[in-house]
Design a protein around this ligand. Structure first.
Ligand SMILES: NC(=O)c1ccc[n+]([C@@H]2O[C@H](COP(=O)([O-])OP(=O)(O)OC[C@H]3O[C@@H](n4cnc5c(N)ncnc54)[C@H](O)[C@@H]3O)[C@@H](O)[C@H]2O)c1
Length: 314
């Protein structure tokens, strides 16, 4: 891949995007407003790459790292770059300032993407001459292990830009989905929010313990979800497919929705109960180590999914 990618912000997500682009063979210029963050970025990124190499997910950490260079200014990062991935603080004002500068400095055809988790693109691009080339490309942490990216255009983002963005993301091995209108939480966090809302309610009223609720997902629903979505799932859960499923179970789910509708506040007492339960299973001092464990499990799952897709198709 001959393109150059500019990554603005060398924190957790910026470094992870740098791995995604460099792993695909592209050159990456990584910049951060804090020189200390930039200095620390390459060794941190190298440690992640070494892990990927050890797990058999890339051939050579050194080769991938060799395609990532840190640069002292945003202008240097953008020079000749076809894509900017912004990964700075999750606040409107800094994002607006950075996009204003990037729109002035970037190549005319470059796409300007933000990693924002929850700020829609219209909130920091409205006044820009090049606002039609700006959008949110929301990753899941870490994007080099979880390939989904939500492409979330503003009302003025050019449709052709969204189409190009989809092709670029596919080209670097990501799985893009288009979120067709600006909506709070995009789609992934709306789905996660719906599940969490019900999970908190069921624990709050004593229907189930937090630990058993986690088992319901990880040893139940989640097993299928790692390779099929909810519509694909119900399509196979009635003999004649999705319409058959809806005819059989639709009224039941409608009844549930009415029951589930009231909002339950995640008040301090409820959060303290869940916190106490979690800390019993995982003491606070074990959290960081457990994150490493999670990433290793994700790597193993990724390896399995790759092999299974080759054997059984996607
Ligand atoms: N952490 C996640 O799980 C996650 C997931 C998806 C999206 N995101 C989004 O990615 C973005 C980055 O998050 P992160 O977790 O990497 O944060 P982080 O704190 O790890 O990194 C942010 C980096 O940006 C730099 N920075 C901050 N403001 C700047 C500015 N004005 N100019 C230049 N550099 C600046 C900081 O020095 C820091 O190195 C956020 O918008 C966040 O919402 C995070």
């Amino acid at each position: 891949m001959s393109e150059t990618f500019a990554v603005a912000g060398a924190g957790l997500i910026g470094r992870a995007w740098a791995i995604v682009f460099a792993r695909a063979g592209a050159r990456v210029r990584l910049w951060d407003g804090a020189p200390a963050a930039l200095d620390a970025a390459i060794p941190q990124l190298r440690a992640n790459l070494d892990d990927l190499e050890a797990q058999g997910l890339i051939a050579s950490a050194a080769e991938v790292a060799g395609r990532v260079e840190t640069v002292p200014t945003l202008a240097a990062a953008l020079d000749g770059a076809a894509w900017m991935q912004e990964c700075i603080a999750e606040q409107v004002a800094p994002k607006a300032a950075l996009f204003e500068e990037a729109d002035r400095l970037a190549e005319p055809e470059a796409i300007l993407a933000s990693s924002s988790s929850a700020i829609t693109a219209s909130r920091f691009t409205e006044s820009l001459p090049g606002r039609l080339r700006c959008l949110v490309a929301h990753p899941v942490n870490p994007p080099y292990l979880v390939p989904l990216v939500e492409l979330c255009p503003s009302p003025w983002t050019d449709k052709a830009v969204v189409a190009r963005a989809r092709a670029v993301m596919e080209g670097v091995g990501m799985v893009p989905v288009a979120v067709n209108r600006e909506v709070d939480g995009f789609v992934l966090n709306r789905l996660q929010g719906a599940l969490l809302a019900e999970a908190f309610k069921l624990v709050a009223d004593g229907t189930i313990s937090a630990d058993d609720l986690d088992k319901t997902v990880k040893d139940g629903l989640g097993l299928r979800w790692s390779f099929m979505g909810p519509f694909e799932t119900i399509d196979l859960n009635a003999p004649a497919g999705v319409a058959d499923y809806c005819a059989r179970y639709g009224p039941f789910y409608e009844r549930l929705q009415a029951e589930q509708a009231p909002v339950l506040a995640w008040d301090p007492a409820l959060v303290a109960r869940i916190e106490a339960d979690r800390r019993q299973h995982l003491p606070a001092e074990g959290l960081a180590e457990r994150q490493v464990w999670r990433d290793r499990r994700l790597m193993a799952l990724l390896r399995h999914k790759r092999a299974a897709t080759e054997e059984h198709g996607g």
